[in-house]
Design a protein around this ligand. Sequence first.
Ligand code: 13P
Ligand code: SF4
Length: 307
Amino acid sequence: MDYIKEIKRLRKKKNAVIMAHYYQCDEIQDIADYIGDSLALAQYAAKTDADIIVMCGVHFMGETAKILSPDKKVLVPDAEAGCSLADSCPADAFEAFIKDHPGHTVISYVNTTAAVKALTDVVVTSTNARKIVESFPEDEKIIFGPDYNLGNYINSVTGRNMLLWNGGCHVHERFSAEQILQLKRQYPDAKVLAHPECKRPVLLLADFVGSTAAILKYAAEADTKQFIVATESGILHQMRLQCPDKEFIPAPPSSPGCTCNECDFMRLNTLEKLYRCLRDETPEILVDEQVAQRAVKPILRMLELSK
Ligand code: 13P
Ligand code: SF4
């Protein structure tokens, strides 16, 4: 079976659009209509005129697309593609946390369930988190969840003192500062690029901290020729395509030979599953209407504040 040919045929026949996050496998990135970070995927989903959105990413990305485009059919290649960070913030526990700290504005990272977004005043992604936090008065009392490392990083660069939920991403928390330092000895001229979901010791070593899209842009524009990349290694595909004259070295996984610098949820999606999901129009993402009605407000507020 020529999956690529069949996916292209079905996409056209069904007026479907394929969106892929930078952490998808190379083959999916290569066939996607749009590749982007979480913010760009939400922006594309809000404005597409396709009948079907196939979100090659994880569940919360599909939910965000469905909330923004409720009349479209939103499919994901693998329904099990979740997110450890979203899982680290159950809606009922987050609601209790908010109740325990009255008078706070609630800012949630997009890596959350629709139910958590429904408890939120404004959603952020790693691309716009700093800008959106800084749009509030300096003395605004803010709860930030669920990523502790991102919240801690934003606190450190803005001087804010947001109250942080203690969640994290299992992929980014595994990068080790010691191993990156070892790599730096091997590549002394390399610049270290890190996603803000990494822990503080890794971020302190970084020459640049940013979202996947920001890291890609930085690498394309910098004069440097070598980069050590501390985020999910799927991003290296676009880096190598956009900068064929530069060298990108993935930050090492925590133990030799393991693939733990790959997100096992993102990597559940394959070309074959993408083909099947377009063919059978399943698994479909559905969001409870009442939850969606509340969750759409903080997402639209984010899109407005990102302009
Ligand atoms: P981006 O905002 O860079 O797309 O990050 C999403 C993500 O899941 C990081 O782990
Ligand atoms: Fe979630 Fe981490 Fe995977 Fe991103 S890399 S989707 S935060 S588990």
